[in-house]
Design a protein around this ligand. Structure first.
Ligand SMILES: [Zn+2]
Length: 594
């Protein structure tokens, strides 16, 4: 019996004409079975948003082994079909790439960057085959990616299968490249662009992040890892992959220290994802079905807990002081408690509906939705402190993460959704049905005060009058209950809090003109005059243009929700509180050393 050779898939990506922002791509197929074949390009690639990358594809053609054109049909927005006899065929096409973004592709005379989902088709039934990618680039360009490269030909890359190809973004150009090793594993930091960052400091701090996260999980589950950083005029955000991440930073976002801490927090977040989401994940999240939305109820754990861990791990790495950490926590608590949507959307639905909501906010989002990032990170805190309290400090959320990694993540195996709660209960040593019912599947307010008290901490909620940062008051000032936006010097209502004093009275889009008959020159005038000149319960007339028509509406001012949250140590802690504080924050009570 003759052995049939397996089909081979060889891509060539030509970026030698970067100024027109067009990749010329060829897919050489050999040992192809006869029959109709379908070429599918992902509609999304990790960003929980349908991005329809096929809108940038043009000039697609297929030739047989003799170079004769074959008939091609476009059969769906992202699917092309062709019939080929057995043997070889070559697919050629062009991709316009001029979008800088972690899930997108960009090509100009300074570099080439691609997320594989924008560039590479798959053939049904051939997704498990290895793929070779040869990059043709201008002279002097080098590649940084988690894909394996030929040692003698560094622009020839290899993916074990299609999922690895799409999960491994590639940066090609003259970017700066730094390397360090942790646990014998090579880490590459590839930086395109610059601003007010200090490369050496950044690389040193990333190493500490890697070490802190490796300590949590007891090792690093990859051969090598690549950080691709884009430093540009706009666009902060990151996308996680199994063995790499792409992070975008605004050019001047590395100074002062508070902004730099946020940059480090993004890196710690994306790096944590190599476990949480890329290896520890519900069935639906890996490998992705790239053609359509995939739904999970667990993004509060996948994204929210990752957001909980990022600053906590920076604390463990010594890159946040206790004060830095508690300040970030207080800000999250304030954002969560000031959002009416926390009484409308539970975390389970927030996760399921991410395709509708999280990346498509509108003026009503504040009132009707709750982010699984924000509340999810506070639920991470709550669950961590709950487990520490129940087990007398012997176990923590770290043990849940490790358990899920040992049981599923290290084998690249998804789990059924109930397995998450089961793992947490196994670690906690008892039922968490009430916890999950109230805070994840329900709308109960998070008991932040009670939980923080277990670590000897108290949350204080106060008001700071605008323009007087030194002052602080314990009683609420008057409140109009809107957020605003300014466009071309004109001030508009963005959202009226609902419930709130302006709900049903002022509309999103109203152009604010006068307060009690006096012109409103800008947002700060509103912020200052309402708390200083009025009290909660006072009526006030607001004049606004509503769709070009001048209207005056009377608002009965409310009491402002607290604007200034602080987490502070209690005066007389118990031994148990001190022990929880020290174990959780990796710090001695009450010292605050980095
Ligand atoms: Zn994330």
């Amino acid at each position: 019996m003759a052995k049939v050779a397996a089909p081979t898939l060889n891509y060539t990506v030509d970026c030698t004409d970067p100024s027109r922002h067009i990749y010329r791509v060829a897919l050489a197929l050999a040992n192809l079975a006869p029959g109709p074949h379908r070429l599918t390009l992902p509609a999304w690639a990790g960003g929980y948003e349908i991005e329809d990358f096929s809108r940038h594809v043009f000039d697609l053609a297929v030739q047989d082994a003799a170079g004769q054109p074959l008939a091609v049909d476009k059969v769906a927005k992202n699917v092309w079909a062709f019939a080929a006899p057995a043997g070889a065929a070559t697919v050629t096409y062009a991709v316009y790439a001029f979008e800088l973004g972690t899930t997108r592709s960009h090509l100009d005379d300074t570099h080439a960057y691609w997320n594989g989902g924008t560039l590479f088709f798959y053939l049904d039934d051939l997704k498990e085959l290895p793929i070779r990618v040869q990059v043709r680039a201008p002279a002097g360009w080098h590649a940084s990616t988690a894909l394996a490269a030929d040692s003698h030909e560094p622009l020839t890359l290899h993916a074990a299968h299609y999922d690895e190809l799409v999960d491994s973004p590639v940066e090609v150009g003259t970017h700066r490249r730094y390397e360090f090793r942790v646990d014998g594993k090579r880490h590459t930091v590839a930086i395109w662009g610059s601003g007010n960052q200090d490369d050496a400091q950044l690389v040193q701090d990333i190493r500490r992040i890697v070490e802190a996260e490796a300590a949590l999980f007891g090792g690093l589950p990859y051969r090598n890892y690549t950080f691709i950083f884009h430093i540009a005029e706009r666009g902060t955000g990151g996308l996680e992959h199994k063995n790499s991440t792409t992070c975008g930073f605004e050019r001047f976002s590395f100074q002062p220290a508070a902004r730099y801490r946020r940059a480090l927090s993004l890196i710690a977040h994306e790096f944590f994802h190599l476990w949480n989401v890329k290896r520890i994940h519900p069935d639906m999240l890996g490998p992705f079905d790239y053609t359509q939305e995939v739904h999970t109820h667990l993004l509060w754990a996948m994204e929210g807990f990752t957001s909980y861990y990022a600053p906590l791990l920076l604390r463990r790495a010594g890159l946040y002081t206790v004060s830095d950490y508690l300040e970030a926590l207080a800000q999250d608590a304030q954002r969560y408690e000031s959002q009416p949507g926390r009484y409308v959307m539970d975390l389970s639905r927030s996760s399921f509906d991410t395709w509708l909501g999280e990346y498509h906010p509108n003026e009503d989002t504040l009132n009707r939705a709750m982010s699984y990032y924000l509340k999810g990170s506070l639920v991470g805190l709550a669950l961590d402190l709950e487990i520490r309290s129940r087990t007398g400090g012997r176990r923590s959320l770290d043990d849940v993460q490790r358990l899920l990694f040992e049981r599923y993540g290290q084998y690249d195996r998804g789990f059924p959704e109930p397995a998450y709660q089961a793992a947490a209960e196994e670690v906690a040593g008892g039922s968490l049905a009430q916890f999950f019912g109230r805070y994840i599947n329900g709308l109960d307010p998070l008991p932040l005060d009670t939980l923080l008290a277990t670590a000897g901490l108290a949350l204080t909620r106060r008001w700071k009058p605008a323009g007087d940062e030194a002052a602080s008051r314990a009683v609420p000032p008057a409140w109009l209950g809107i957020t605003t936006r300014t466009e071309a010097g004109r001030l508009f209502v963005r959202t009226a809090y609902d419930p709130g004093p302006a709900a049903g009275v002022l509309d999103a889009g109203d152009q604010l003109m006068a307060l009690a008959g006096w012109r409103i020159p800008d947002a700060s005038a509103l912020d200052q005059r309402i708390p200083s000149d009025y009290r909660p319960g006072d009526p006030v007339d607001i004049t606004a243009f509503r769709r070009d028509r001048l209207v005056t509406r009377r608002v009965t001012l409310g009491a402002a929700p607290p604007t200034h949250y602080q987490v502070e140590r209690v005066q007389r802690p118990t031994a148990a509180q001190i022990a929880t504080y020290q174990a959780w924050l990796s710090a001695e009570w009450p010292r605050d050393d980095a």
